[in-house]
Design a protein around this ligand. Structure first.
Ligand code: ZN
Length: 216
């Protein structure tokens, strides 16, 4: 067994709360204390306006110990966290379920980024949401440019520029209502760029669902 695998198993077993890392003996990955303290967005504020999308739905604010847990999920291989995060997203989607949703997709990593990380964190979230809500999951976008991380872009303008033309669509989407999943929404530049490609491919509507929003 490789050193890396040993290290991962140590992180994963026995199952621990994704936030405080307390060992859990009931199979849950979120302890009651951390569950009660999650930075939840009030239900009636979970849906924000984000043209040209219909809306962007997010159950959490990107802050505090949850943010630390998210970074372990995104960058340190703790893919099992997608189960907890996907459940929170599915709950939020059920509260704001768009009418006539046809398919769930996600804002993907580029092929080379996915290869180096080993997984696509938004894809895993989309898969969990699809599984929990019984919706169809399909890869509809391809990321054709390996642009620098949005987190390194200082201004809103730089974030917009950085994601211009980085996606293309996989097929014609005539008349379909797409749910576009991503991890965190900050200015919405990534979601707008991905949604405009889906709309150009004929999608009638695009609604976004993210795990968290960066504004408070
Ligand atoms: Zn905990």
């Amino acid at each position: 067994m490789s050193v890396m695998t040993d290290w991962l198993l140590d992180l994963l077993y026995p199952p621990k709360c994704v936030i405080c890392r307390r060992v859990m003996d009931n199979g849950s990955l979120l302890c009651p204390d951390c569950g009660a303290k999650l930075p939840r967005v009030e239900t009636d504020r979970q849906k924000q306006s984000l043209p040209p999308l219909n809306a962007c739905i997010s159950p959490l604010y990107y802050t505090g110990p949850f943010r630390e847990a998210f970074l372990r999920y995104k960058f340190r291989g703790l893919t099992v966290y997608s189960r907890v995060f996907g459940e929170l997203m599915a709950d939020s989607l059920r509260s704001h379920m768009p009418e006539n949703l046809d398919v769930i997709t996600w804002a993907p990593l580029s092929r080379s980024r996915k290869r180096s990380r080993g997984y696509d964190q938004a894809e895993l979230l989309a898969a969990e949401v699809a599984k929990r809500t019984g919706q169809k999951l399909e890869r509809l976008l391809v990321k054709t440019k390996n642009n620098p991380a949005q987190s390194g872009q200082q201004s809103r303008e730089a974030r917009e520029q950085n994601v211009q033309g980085v996606y293309r669509q996989a097929r014609n989407l005539q008349g379909e209502h797409i749910l576009l999943v991503d991890d965190i929404v900050t200015t919405g530049a990534t979601l707008r760029s991905a949604a405009s490609v889906l709309l150009e491919a004929g999608a009638s509507e695009v609604t976004a669902l993210t795990l968290a929003r960066a504004d408070q």
